[in-house]
Ligand binder design. Structure first.
Ligand code: AMP
Length: 367
């Protein structure tokens, strides 16, 4: 079925925007959409999800539930995602019902598989670490010979926050390493040898307009983002290169919406792309208080076919994730004049779970 003829862009307020996923990203997208006069319909398997409590409507069902997808397709002018591991069958069902998704199915498919992603990036002229496919032990042994040691072995699909990856130093470790990440299909990567990790949030509108936020510095602990410093310091040269990377990627994917691109900065200043997320991203939470138009509003503007908003850093921000029981200190953060507190409404605070974040306004931005 072709697209519904009754839907035209720019979308007028009053239309319903669908979001697959009900976590904090969906919650902040819903807030932004509501501010612009849109209703949001969430599809999530979780009851009482963070996004459901601010969205107009929620369908509680599996992501590939045909009846729920049909309802979503019927009600929504456009459907977007707050996480990338949406099953391909769900996208096919939505497309078959004439629903329009943004970003497109290709961007999601590329980002879901690390091997496909790095191959795509290189094909678009964007630099990554060296890598090779590993389906079985013999592939990993051959990779150690060809690419050298150590190699970082990662699951091709599904891993996040540093899960599903392990360093391999010698051939005798190959079988155990592969078993530790749950077997193949996997990818083996050469070490990035980075001096710091950077990230850039970009957006592309329906008309191909591109807007890029300033480059930021990411600080990880145990594979989880702890802090973002925004804008990154001393990064003028890197910023030009990051802009080229983000703009090239957005155009190559014929992308509509916000993308988060994670980068490695090497000692010689060269940038490598680690990965991209086809959605709003944790490294962009600083924009909520650092920019006139934050990444969530920007995404809604893009998918609704509205003009993109300004991306300049009006303020420097240090974004700190509140993990597990750290969010219990909400009263302390609320009392700090320089802190802007964002809480996600999650009821159980398991260790490492992202419960909220604080944007600390660190200094006025002169740049
Ligand atoms: P990923 O899940 O691929 O984003 O990786 C999570 C984290 O692991 C990154 O933020 C880096 O800190 C680290 N990492 C990933 N790939 C490499 C690599 N090829 N070399 C060194 N460190 C890496």
């Amino acid at each position: 079925m072709s697209r519904r003829p009754d839907i035209t862009f720019p979308l007028a307020p009053g239309a319903t925007i669908g979001i697959l996923g009900g976590g904090q990203l969906g919650r902040m997208l819903s807030l932004a959409a509501a501010r612009l006069g849109f209703d949001v319909m969430i599809l999530t398997p979780e009851k009482n999800a963070p996004a459901s409590r601010v969205a107009a409507r929620t369908l509680v069902a599996a992501y590939d539930d045909p009846a729920a997808l049909d309802k979503l397709a019927k009600a929504c002018a456009v459907i977007t995602f707050e996480f990338e591991n949406v099953p391909a069958a769900a996208l096919e069902r939505l497309a078959a019902r004439g629903a329009l998704t943004a970003p497109n199915a290709k961007a999601l498919a590329v980002s879901q598989d690390r091997l496909v992603e790095k191959t795509f990036l290189n094909g678009a002229g964007l630099p990554t670490v060296g890598f090779t496919a590993v389906d079985r032990e013999a592939d990993l042994v051959a990779a150690l010979k060809r690419l050298g040691a150590p190699l970082l072995l990662k699951s091709r699909r599904g891993g996040y926050d540093g899960k599903g990856q392990i360093w391999v130093r010698r051939a005798s470790e190959a079988a155990d390493a592969l078993a530790a990440i749950g077997g193949g299909p996997a990818i083996a990567e050469t070490p990035a040898d980075f001096r710091r990790e950077l990230a850039i949030i970009g957006a592309r509108g329906r008309d191909g307009e591109i807007a890029l936020y300033p480059l930021t510095e990411s600080h990880h602990e145990n594979g989880i983002l702890r802090r973002t410093t925004a804008p990154a310091r001393g990064a003028e040269k890197a910023f030009a290169e990051a802009e080229r990377i983000a703009a090239t990627l957005l155009t190559a994917l014929d992308y509509v919406g916000v993308v988060g691109v994670e980068l490695f900065e090497r000692d010689d200043g060269r940038l490598l792309v680690n990965e991209f997320a086809p959605r709003v991203h944790n490294t962009g939470h600083w924009t909520l208080d650092g920019c006139d138009v934050d990444q969530f509003e920007q995404h809604i503007r893009a998918v609704a076919g509205w003009p993109l908003g300004p991306t300049r850093a009006e303020r420097a921000v240090e974004m700190i994730n509140l993990l597990g029981d750290e969010a219990n200190a909400w009263a302390k953060f609320a009392a700090e004049a320089e802190s802007r507190l964002w809480l996600y409404g999650k009821t159980s605070a398991t260790p490492g779970r992202k419960m909220g974040h604080v944007n600390k306004l660190t200094r006025s931005n002169s740049g």
